[in-house]
Design a protein around this ligand. Structure first.
Ligand SMILES: *Cc1c(COP(=O)(O)O)cnc(C)c1O
Length: 424
């Protein structure tokens, strides 16, 4: 915050950016991405663990983000052929890429094998058999890790929990040994280890510990049965403070891994997404109108950003800090206000009865901690073009994605001739 320039992000004036680029506009902080990656690495180094870091790129897959994280030594965790191509495009070595995901098509499997990804995390016996067929056809060997479901409740939002027995993810615990054993006999398949990912926005080391304890037991059981286990991929999910949550420090995750898997003699990997990217982004938006409600209801602040830009509040009831960027508004008195987007859906609400400085049409606000699961989830709903994107670094900034031109919205659409006339 600067008395003249207002709200700053990595020393760049957000008001300036909004004026030059227009809104809605995503702003990504390069310095924040770097700092958080280094913090994460330092925490693991301090607990004596050698862990390879595979950024879960579904959180924010812009090439600039990927390139920057690659130069910080990150590999990638990808969940589709498109993400794999993006990661390669950003110069991430195929050997540093883990291919995860609940359903990989034969084509995606072939792409993964031909580009030489380091590891494919598989989620069912059926998928392993299909992968074996694809690998044999291509004369390749798939290095696989079995994603196991530890049946642990990560205590997170229903829609981002992945590690309970009834969630759709992973191989059921009791089947893991048999499936691992069978996989080892399949042509084109080399089982190298286990993977586990129990959910997102996890706020306590306890579920991690529970999951990793079970995984460590399974490593021992597999080895007793003569099956080699070289790798444990510990997944992602580390939560951040959006509002007033007590988010665990990376050291807590490192500690949970060290205490459970530290002496298993396996190579360790983690797949953080949100923790690195979320605080590295804000969404700038302009107030279109302030609609007075009946006496006891708060004013409605109508923004030019909507749920098609930032889906998280509508999708997960998530809370994002909202700050005006101009110095006058930042210091104005607070009153309860409800902040909405213009999309024709009742769920297009960013904040309800939130104490905010009073806002006027034309004011620019920043929606905070929107760097993960923000721009990547945008859609064109209501024929709204995708917002522009900017990257800031030490006071300098640059457009990294132009606002989508309106004509793009119907590019690629064709109209069959018969649509032009009514049938006789
Ligand atoms: C989404 C996902 C991650 C990253 O989750 P975050 O909560 O963003 O850290 C890691 N691994 C897998 C398999 C995922 O699906």
């Amino acid at each position: 915050m600067d008395a003249q320039a207002g709200l700053l992000f990595e020393d760049a004036s957000l008001q300036n950016i909004a004026q030059s680029v227009g809104t809605p506009c995503w702003v990504t902080g390069a310095g924040t991405l770097r700092r958080r990656t280094r913090n994460l690495k330092a925490a693991f180094a301090a607990s004596g663990l050698n862990v390879s870091l595979h950024y879960a790129m579904k959180a924010n897959d812009h090439l600039a983000t990927l390139t920057l994280l690659r130069s910080e030594g990150c590999g990638a965790d990808v969940v589709s052929g498109g993400e794999l191509m993006r990661a390669l495009q950003a110069g991430i070595a195929a050997s540093d890429i883990i291919f995860s995901g609940v359903g990989k098509t034969d084509m995606e499997m072939a792409l993964a094998l031909e580009s030489g990804v380091g590891q494919i995390n598989v989620e069912s016996a059926e998928e392993i058999r299909r992968l074996s067929n694809v690998a044999v056809k291509l004369r390749r060997t798939a290095r696989i890790a079995l994603r196991v479901n530890p049946d642990v409740d990560a205590g997170t939002h229903e829609k981002i929990s992945t590690g309970r027995a009834h969630d759709k993810f992973g191989i059921a615990w009791d089947d893991a040994l048999d499936i691992y054993r069978d996989a080892a006999t399949l042509p084109g398949i080399e089982p190298v280890g286990l993977a586990v990912h129990i959910g997102s926005q996890i706020l306590s080391p306890t579920p991690y510990k529970a999951a990793y304890t079970r995984v460590a037991d399974l490593v021992r059981e597999l080895r007793i049965n003569g099956l080699p286990v070289h790798i444990v991929d510990c997944g992602g999910g580390l939560g951040i403070r959006y509002r007033d949550e007590l988010a665990p420090a990376p050291a807590a995750l490192a500690g949970a891994i060290r205490d459970t898997l530290g002496d298993c003699g396996v190579k360790l990997a983690i797949e953080p997404g949100r923790w690195i990217a979320a605080p590295a982004g804000v969404l700038l938006s302009t107030v279109i109108d302030v609609k007075r409600q009946s006496e006891d209801a708060p004013d409605l602040i109508i923004l030019d950003a909507a749920m098609n830009d930032l889906a998280r509040p509508a999708l997960y009831d998530s809370w994002h800090g909202i700050l005006p960027v101009s110095p006058e508004r930042l210091n104005a008195a607070l009153s309860p206000q409800t902040v909405v987007g213009p999309v024709c859906e009742s769920s297009d609400v960013f904040a309800s009865s939130r104490p905010l400085p009073s806002l006027r049409p034309g004011d620019v606000v920043a929606l905070l901690d929107t760097g993960a699961y923000g721009a990547v989830m945008s859609s064109n709903y209501n024929a709204r073009p995708l917002a522009a994107q900017v990257m800031v670094d030490h006071g300098q900034w640059q457009i990294i994605k132009e606002r989508q031109p309106i004509e793009d919205l119907w590019a690629g659409e064709t109209v069959p001739q018969w649509c032009h006339r009514a049938p006789e």
